[in-house]
Design a protein around this ligand. Structure first.
Ligand SMILES: Nc1ncnc2c1ncn2[C@@H]1O[C@H](COP(=O)(O)OP(=O)(O)OP(=O)(O)O)[C@@H](O)[C@H]1O
Length: 239
């Protein structure tokens, strides 16, 4: 396997519900992969499988064990502590750094996302956009090779959305400290998908119905033939 993670014929069920079915997908280094599809189509579940939070009931997951991963959720969970401590704690716990060194690196991460001035503020008192940037700092601090993001801008206003999007684009750029991050993100915002993604995976009822380079997905003639629902989804979202 030369990818960061590779799923083969993965299935996930929750009781009687088949949330994912027969998913085969390889994520390669340097990709910016967008997962799209209607509510309940399986995007979050697929991200959780990729991150190892959900174990498939069938199929297999192969992972590059040398690669680091981090995941961001739509509403980040922050501890009732300073912004700095929220980042430093992660480093201290995950990487076994000394507290002083963890704080030093955490401050560097806050600078990276433009939050250095908020370092001592209670993380829970920050705005939604600042909290999402704090979550990005927490992820960036561990220098992941692959960053998974579940609708990271869904609950943000347009300004905060642009800030988070800009950071995602910067993290994915070659030359970023620690190297370019591979991104896998779920989004309902097709403008964002066009701006950020190199590849689009369209899910419908837990199955992958299209897996195409972004340009082909939006401009190719094939989508309507693949799925009428996909065609309507894209047109509807763009209307
Ligand atoms: N822990 C769970 N227990 C039971 N059912 C679940 C669980 N997680 C997800 N599901 C169900 O699995 C299906 C896929 O959900 P998932 O959250 O992956 O979809 P999604 O595409 O991310 O949706 P959304 O766009 O609304 O976030 C849905 O029918 C959902 O209700």
């Amino acid at each position: 396997m030369s990818g960061l993670v590779q799923l083969s014929a993965v299935g996930v069920r929750f009781g009687r519900l088949q949330a994912l079915q027969d998913i085969s997908l390889k994520v390669s280094a340097g990709e910016r992969l967008a997962l799209i599809g209607a509510n309940g189509s399986g995007k979050s579940t697929l991200l959780r499988v990729l991150h190892g939070l959900v174990r498939p009931d069938s199929g297999s997951v192969l992972r590059d064990v040398a690669a680091r991963q981090a995941m961001l959720f739509q509403r980040p969970h922050m501890l009732r502590a300073s912004a700095l401590a929220n980042v430093a704690l992660g480093l201290w716990l995950q990487q076994g750094l000394r507290w002083r060194e963890a704080r030093r690196q955490a401050l560097r991460a806050l600078e990276r996302v433009g939050l250095a001035e908020e370092a001592q503020r209670n993380a829970r008192a920050l705005s939604g956009g600042q909290q999402q940037r704090l979550a990005l700092a927490r992820a960036w601090a561990v220098r992941p090779d692959m960053l998974l993001l579940d609708e990271p801008t869904a609950s943000l206003d347009p300004h905060a959305k642009r800030e988070v999007e800009a950071l995602m684009a910067e993290f994915a750029r070659p030359g970023e400290l620690g190297g370019a991050m591979t991104l896998v993100f779920a989004s309902h915002n097709l403008g964002q998908v066009k701006r950020l993604a190199t590849r689009v995976v369209y899910l419908e009822h837990g199955r992958v119905l299209a897996d195409l380079p972004v340009h082909e997905f939006f401009n190719g003639p094939t989508l309507g033939a693949v799925s009428r629902e996909a065609d309507l989804f894209v047109k509807g979202e763009l209307a």
